[in-house]
Design a protein around this ligand. Structure first.
Ligand code: GAP
Length: 516
C-alpha cells in the first residue's frame, strides 16, 4: 500500500470508527472543517493532557490560562496580523485553481532536493563500501547542478517574500517553469496578498457594530494577560504561560484532511525571558519539545527540524519540528524567538506599560519571548497515520484473515480496556460488569458482549484499545481472566486483583511524563 492509499484509508477509517467526521455532513460538509467523534475527542483530550501536564504540572515556572477567542480589535493591529498575516495567492487561468505562490515554490525546491538525495542513494549503491558521501556531494555534476538550483531559487524566493515583491514571486514561478498540477499549463495570474483572519461583527445593531476577528493564534491571549498573570502569580522571569484553544484561519489551500483546517486547536506556550538570553532559551525549547514528541513512541526518525528561511514578522529565529506524515515531512510544531515584538507593540498600542522589574539586575524591561506552538489536530493526525496498520492474522501457524489495528500509544488511546464476557449467560456478564465497575474510575473502559469474541477483538483493534479482558467460566471459580494484548495479540491468564496494577504500569500517562 503506498502512502496515498494509506491516507485515503485512514480518512475512511477515522469516519467509520467514530474518530473524525466532516463538519455538518448531512449538508455535504464544510470545506476544511471537521468534527471529532466519540473516540477522536477522547484521543484529543489525552494528547491535551499529555501536553498540559508536561508544560504546567512538571514546570514550576509555567502556569496555564484560558483566554477568550474574541479580543479587542486593536490586539490584531498591534500583533501585526491586520497588516501582515497574508498568504501570497496565484490562480491558474485554465484550471481556475488557486494556489499559495510560496507553496508552489517550496514544492519545486523539495522536488530538486529529492533529486539530490536520489542521486546520492544511487552513488551509495554503486560504490557500496568505498562510498564517500561528502566527496560525492562535492563532485557529482547532477548533485551540484540541482543543489545550486535549490540555493538560487530559495534565495530569490526569500528575497521576494521578505520585500513583499509579488511581481518577483510571479517571475520566479515563471522562470522555474512551474505548471498547474490540474491543467498542466503556465497560464498564471498576478500574485495577490490575502488576509487569513475571519471577521465578524460584535453587538446586535449591525450599523453600530465594530469589526472583530476570530483569533488566528492563541498567543495574543497570553501576551495581553502577561502582567495579570505575572502580578497575581508573583512570577519571576524566566517564566511561561501556556494555553490550549481554538484558532481560526481562512486557509486558501485547505486540503489534506485535518492537517490544514479553517478551525483548529493550538497548544501554545510563551516563555518570558531577559533580553539577550533568547538564543539560549530558543535552543532549550527546541530540544525540550523534540523530546516530548519522541517520548510518544511514534519513531524517532519520523521527526526532524526545519529552520525557517523566511521569518514571520515577529521572529528573529524560528524553526519547525516536522513529522513524516503520509504526504511527507511537514510542520507539526513551531518554535519561535519572538523578541519583544508582541509586548512592545501592545505597550505602544494600548498605552499601558508591559514591563517587568528584574530584582536581580534592578532594571525595568520589556521581556523577550520564546514561543512553542503545536497544532493539536496535526498531533492527532500524526498519531493516527502512524498507528494505522493492516495485517494478516495467524492462528495455529495458519493464515486466519486480516485485521486493521490502530497501534495508538497506550497512554493516549481513547479506550484503555474492553471487558467482555465470553457468553451472555451463566453469570459471566455480571462478573464482567463487576470488573468494569472497579476499574472505570481510573481508566476509560468499555463493556462489550455482542458477537463472537473474535469479532469483538477486531472491533477493539480498529479503535486502538490496548487491552481486552475476557471473563469465562473459569473466572467464576478462580477469579482469573484472560488479558489480550492488542499489538502482539498474545493472551495471558491473570488474576482479577492484578488488573489494576497491570493497567497502571502499561497505560498511565506517568510512563510518558517520566521520560521527559
Ligand atoms: N503563535 C504562532 C503560530 O501560530 P504557526 O506556525 O502559524 O505559529 C503553529 O502555527 C502551529 O499551529 C503549526 O505548527 C500547526 O501545527 C498549527 N496550525 C497552523 N495552521 C493550522 C491549520 N490551518 N490547521 C491545523 N493546524 C494548524
Amino acid at each position: 500500500m503506498n502512502q496515498e492509499e494509506l491516507f485515503k484509508k485512514l480518512i475512511a477509517h477515522s469516519k467509520e470508527y467514530g474518530y473524525i467526521f466532516p463538519s455538518s455532513e448531512i449538508y455535504d460538509g464544510l470545506s476544511a472543517v471537521y468534527d471529532y467523534g466519540q473516540y477522536g475527542s477522547e484521543l484529543k483530550n489525552n494528547i491535551k493532557r499529555y501536553w498540559w501536564e508536561a508544560m504546567v504540572r512538571l514546570n514550576e515556572n509555567i502556569v496555564g490560562i484560558d483566554a477568550a477567542i474574541f479580543m479587542h480589535p486593536r490586539t490584531w493591529e498591534a500583533s501585526g496580523h491586520v497588516g501582515a498575516f497574508n498568504d501570497p495567492l496565484i490562480d491558474n487561468k485554465d484550471s481556475k485553481k488557486r494556489y499559495r505562490a510560496d507553496v508552489l515554490l517550496e514544492e519545486y525546491i523539495a522536488k530538486l532536493e529529492d533529486k539530490v538525495e536520489k542521486e546520492v542513494e544511487k552513488g551509495r549503491k554503486k560504490f557500496a563500501e568505498g562510498f564517500d558521501e561528502a566527496q560525492f556531494r562535492a563532485t557529482n555534476p547532477n548533485v551540484l547542478r540541482n543543489a545550486e538550483k535549490v540555493n538560487e531559487v530559495r534565495a530569490r524566493m526569500v528575497d521576494a517574500l521578505t520585500k513583499n515583491d509579488l511581481e518577483a514571486v510571479r517571475q520566479l514561478i515563471l522562470d522555474c517553469e512551474i505548471v498547474c498540477p490540474i491543467s498542466g499549463t503556465r497560464n498564471w495570474t498576478e500574485v495577490r496578498q490575502f488576509n487569513l483572519m475571519f471577521e465578524t461583527k460584535m453587538g446586535s445593531v449591525s450599523e453600530d457594530a465594530g469589526t472583530i476577528y476570530l483569533r488566528p493564534e492563541t498567543a495574543q491571549g497570553i501576551f495581553v494577560n502577561f502582567l495579570n498573570v505575572q502580578k497575581t502569580g508573583r512570577m519571576k522571569i524566566p517564566f511561561g504561560i501556556a494555553q490550549i484553544g481554538k484558532a481560526f484561519r481562512n486557509e486558501i489551500v485547505a486540503r489534506q484532511f485535518i492537517f490544514r483546517m479553517r478551525e483548529f486547536e493550538q497548544m501554545e506556550m510563551q516563555f518570558f525571558i531577559r533580553p539577550g538570553e533568547e538564543m539560549k532559551w530558543y535552543e532549550h525549547w527546541k530540544a525540550t519539545r523534540m523530546k516530548w514528541h519522541k517520548a510518544l513512541g511514534l519513531g524517532d526518525s519520523n521527526y526532524r527540524y526545519h529552520n525557517h528561511d523566511k521569518l514571520a514578522h515577529y521572529a528573529n529565529a524560528a524553526c519547525d519540528i516536522e513529522f513524516n506524515f503520509p504526504f511527507g515531512f511537514k510542520e507539526l510544531e513551531g518554535i519561535h524567538s519572538r523578541t519583544d515584538f508582541d509586548l512592545g507593540n501592545h505597550q505602544k498600542f494600548s498605552g499601558r506599560k508591559l514591563q517587568y522589574f528584574d530584582p536581580e539586575t534592578n532594571e525595568n524591561y520589556v521581556p523577550y519571548v520564546v514561543e512553542t506552538s503545536v497544532g493539536l489536530d496535526r498531533l492527532v493526525l500524526s498519531v493516527l497515520s502512524n498507528s494505522y496498520c493492516e495485517e494478516k492474522v495467524q492462528k495455529d501457524g495458519e493464515e486466519a484473515g486480516e485485521r486493521v489495528v490502530l497501534r495508538i500509544p497506550a497512554a493516549i488511546a481513547p479506550v484503555k480496556l474492553a471487558v467482555m464476557p465470553l457468553v451472555k449467560k451463566d453469570g459471566l456478564p455480571e462478573k464482567a460488569r463487576e470488573i468494569l465497575s472497579s476499574l472505570k474510575y481510573d481508566f476509560n473502559c468499555q463493556y462489550d458482549e455482542k458477537d463472537s469474541i473474535g469479532k469483538r477483538y477486531r472491533r477493539q483493534d480498529a479503535i486502538g484499545t490496548p487491552f481486552c479482558v475476557t471473563v469465562d467460566h473459569q473466572s467464576l471459580e478462580d477469579n482469573t481472566v484472560t488479558i489480550r494484548h492488542r499489538d502482539s495479540m498474545e493472551q495471558e491468564r491473570v488474576s482479577i486483583a492484578s488488573l489494576r496494577g497491570i493497567m497502571e504500569e502499561k497505560v498511565s500517562m506517568r510512563t510518558l511524563l517520566e521520560q521527559l
